[in-house]
Design a protein around this ligand. Structure first.
Ligand code: 5GP
Length: 188
């Protein structure tokens, strides 16, 4: 397998990371997206195999057993998410790969790939804005929303461990900044 060049985007839920990831993929056709495995149910607008590989807990455990997960985390209680080795291996041949994963996963991938990985942290302008965006999105019930905000607080504390931090105040500006950093990294 050619040495993959990995871009990892991490952000608290609601910081706009998925939107930025889609915009980066549109702007850089040579980049592919690592579709993670997860045990959480699909949202109505999500497609199996495109947004995630949606697995049962048993199927996910079987993937752990067979060593097919490069990293995985129980991101929320009972909800597992992981990066499939098979995804990285298949896509490395076509160019750089974009991963949209949580803080711990990102730091594990950075440890594994070192200078072949760029880990960027997308930060919301403030905690209040993050809460407002999550409420507006309306995809989570009150308990899940609280869990996401608690987790966001812990994640924000780890932003300094990343190669760079992009504040998503204005989306277009954040996308441009993300693209600039990625292009710089790919030239290095
Ligand atoms: P969501 O449920 O909103 O799609 O994702 C919840 C969190 O799980 C996000 O922070 C997302 O980046 C993270 N996540 C998605 N895929 C992976 C993965 O493969 N590994 C890890 N560690 N986190 C992931």
């Amino acid at each position: 397998m050619p040495q993959p060049r990995i871009i990892v985007l991490t952000a608290p839920s609601g910081a706009g990371k998925t939107t930025i990831a889609h915009r980066v993929l549109d702007a850089m056709p040579e980049m592919s997206f690592s579709v993670s495995a997860t045990t959480r149910p699909a949202r109505p607008d999500e497609t199996d195999g495109e947004d995630y590989h949606f697995l049962s807990t048993e199927e996910f455990e079987a993937r752990i057993e067979s060593g097919d997960l490069l990293e995985y985390e129980e991101v929320y209680p009972g909800r597992f998410y992981g990066t499939l080795r098979s995804e990285i291996e298949a896509k490395a041949e076509h160019g750089p790969i974009l991963l949209d994963i949580d803080v711990n996963g990102a730091l594990n991938v950075k440890r594994a790939f070192g200078d072949d990985a760029l880990a960027l942290f997308i930060a919301p302008p403030s905690r209040e804005e993050l809460r407002r965006r999550l409420r507006k999105r309306g995809t989570e019930d009150a308990d899940a929303l609280r869990a996401r905000l608690d987790r966001a607080d812990r994640e924000l504390e780890q932003a300094d461990a990343f190669d760079g931090v992009v504040v998503n105040d204005d989306l277009d500006t954040a996308v441009e900044e993300t693209l600039t950093r990625i292009r710089q990294f790919l030239r290095s």
